[in-house]
Design a protein around this ligand. Structure first.
Ligand code: G3H
Ligand code: ZN
Length: 284
């Protein structure tokens, strides 16, 4: 099977993007995997530090590797938004396919220093692990927000992105180009596609769009045309899971079998993921 690095390259050549979806449990994984399998497209499972602690590092690596190797399906695992070298290193050691060092709250110099440390460590291993990093603040937390948080949405400057990539040697960059983490009740700004194209050109590496929940369809399609190769979605599937679970519990007050109570939540996640994957992969 091709590596994640090869799948990202292929996505760029085809003018599509790989969907990246976060999970907190096995139901989330089933919903995402069912959708990707139905459409026969590669998919990335993301675990933030909190999600990773809840699911378990080894458990997550075990589940994804088994699916990939036994089912021969291109499903990959990413350590999403990890905030220290030690956490990134632990995920690399555990066998993740990709890691994200998130140093956006640090000074540029400190961000460069730790990002480079992560890249050097990844390269020192015998694993083909992709290292991604973020530049420009797009807010934090996959949750529902009334308005855009203060300080979020400051767009990445192409010259700074170029310098950052040159100084760190990262494989992929998550720039701030208009999206914000979470579902914003008042709506999200449009993706700045000219900026995406400019950053892709000057950095020469694949770009990852974070904060995908709540964006308009044309923002995804135009952003992908402009140079986005991976799109992250989390809040939309959290919300779908949450609503389906509450409904299931309310409608079946006497049911105690978790696999029965949780089935509608799996299906709700699958539905959201299927729609997003169709859009990202240009499928009808
Ligand atoms: O890394 C995770 C994503 O960027 C998710 O963003 O919650 O707005 O979909 P979202
Ligand atoms: Zn993100």
């Amino acid at each position: 099977m091709k590596t994640l690095r090869e799948y990202v390259k292929e996505a760029e050549e085809k003018g599509v993007a790989i969907g990246h979806f976060n999970i907190s449990n096995l139901e989330g994984l089933h919903g995402i995997y069912n959708a990707a399998k139905k459409l026969n497209v590669p998919v990335i499972i993301g675990l933030s530090e909190g999600e990773e602690d809840f699911v378990g590092k080894s458990e997550a690596v075990g589940m994804i590797k088994e699916l990939r190797e036994k089912e021969n399906f291109p499903i990959f695992l990413n350590a999403d938004h990890h905030y220290s070298f030690d956490r990134v290193k632990a995920s690399i050691d555990a066998g993740f396919d990709a890691v994200i060092f998130d140093g956006v709250n640090l000074s540029f110099e400190e961000n460069v220093k730790i990002t480079k440390q992560c890249v050097d460590y990844a390269k020192s291993t015998d694993k083909d692990v992709l290292v991604e990093a973020e530049l420009g603040y797009i807010g934090s937390g996959s949750n529902i927000k009334e308005t855009i948080p203060e300080g979020a949405g400051i767009k990445t400057k192409p010259e700074e992105a170029q310098k950052y990539v040159e100084m760190t040697g990262i494989d992929m960059l998550a720039p701030s180009v208009g999206s914000i983490h979470g579902l914003i009740k008042s709506g999200k700004p449009h993706i700045d596609c000219e900026l995406v194209a400019e950053i892709r050109k000057v950095t020469g590496i694949p770009l990852v769009l974070h904060g995908g929940s709540g964006l308009r369809d044309e923002d995804f399609t135009n952003g992908i045309k402009a140079g986005i190769s991976i799109v992250h979605i989390n809040t939309e599937i959290r919300l779908a899971y949450d609503e389906a679970l509450k409904k299931s519990l309310a409608e079946n007050p006497n049911e105690v079998a978790p696999y029965k109570i949780l089935q509608p939540a799996v299906e709700a996640v699958e539905k959201v993921v299927e729609e997003r994957l169709k859009l990202f992969n240009n499928l009808k």
